[in-house]
Design a protein around this ligand. Structure first.
Ligand code: FE
Length: 155
C-alpha cells in the first residue's frame, strides 16, 4: 500500500469515530482537565505536547503489566508488545484493542505523521509509524506522561 492510501483510509476512519467520541465518550472542559491532570499531563494530553526524548518514566520500564490512558484509564497497551525502539519514548508494536485509540493525520511541524489519540477521552498519546517490528510492523511512539502503568499482580 502506498503511503497516500494509508492516510486516506485513516481519515475516513477518524471522521467516523469523532462523532462517536463527541457524543458518548469522556468529555470534560479545559478547566476540569486542569484540575485532574498534572501540568505536564495537561500539556501533552490536552495540548498535544511532546515530552523530551529519554525523559519519560516508562522509556525503560520492563515490568509485566498494562498501560492505560493517564487521562481516563482506558486500557491501551500490554507490556508484552513493548519494545526498545531507541527513540527515547516508550514504544509498542500493537494495541490491546483496535478501538482503544483513534488515529488522525498530523501535518504539523513540517512532518507527515499519524497522531494517536485516546478513543475514550480524546487525549493526545503520541504518534504511530510503520517501521515497527513484525508481525504488525507498527511502532506506537507514546509519551510516558500520557500513560499510567498498572503492574501485573503476582499470584
Ligand atoms: Fe483517555
Amino acid at each position: 500500500m502506498k503511503e497516500q492510501d494509508v492516510y486516506i483510509e485513516e481519515r475516513i476512519f477518524f471522521s467516523d469515530r469523532v462523532i462517536l467520541l463527541e457524543d458518548t465518550k469522556v468529555k470534560k472542559s479545559e478547566d476540569e482537565w486542569k484540575k485532574i491532570l498534572t501540568p505536564e499531563e495537561f500539556k501533552v494530553l490536552r495540548k498535544k505536547g511532546t515530552e523530551p526524548p529519554f525523559s519519560g518514566k516508562y522509556v525503560h520500564q520492563a515490568a509485566e503489566g498494562t498501560y492505560v490512558c493517564a487521562g481516563c484509564g482506558n486500557l491501551l497497551f500490554s507490556s508484552a508488545t513493548k519494545f526498545d525502539s531507541g527513540s527515547g519514548w516508550p514504544s509498542f508494536s500493537a494495541l490491546v484493542a483496535s478501538d482503544a485509540v483513534v488515529v488522525k493525520p498530523d501535518n504539523s511541524l513540517f512532518m507527515k505523521r499519524t497522531e494517536v489519540i485516546c478513543g475514550q477521552c480524546g487525549g493526545h498519546l503520541g504518534h504511530v509509524f510503520d517501521d515497527g517490528p513484525q508481525p504488525t510492523g507498527k511502532r506506537y511512539c507514546m509519551n510516558s506522561v500520557s500513560l499510567r502503568f498498572v503492574e501485573k499482580k503476582s499470584a
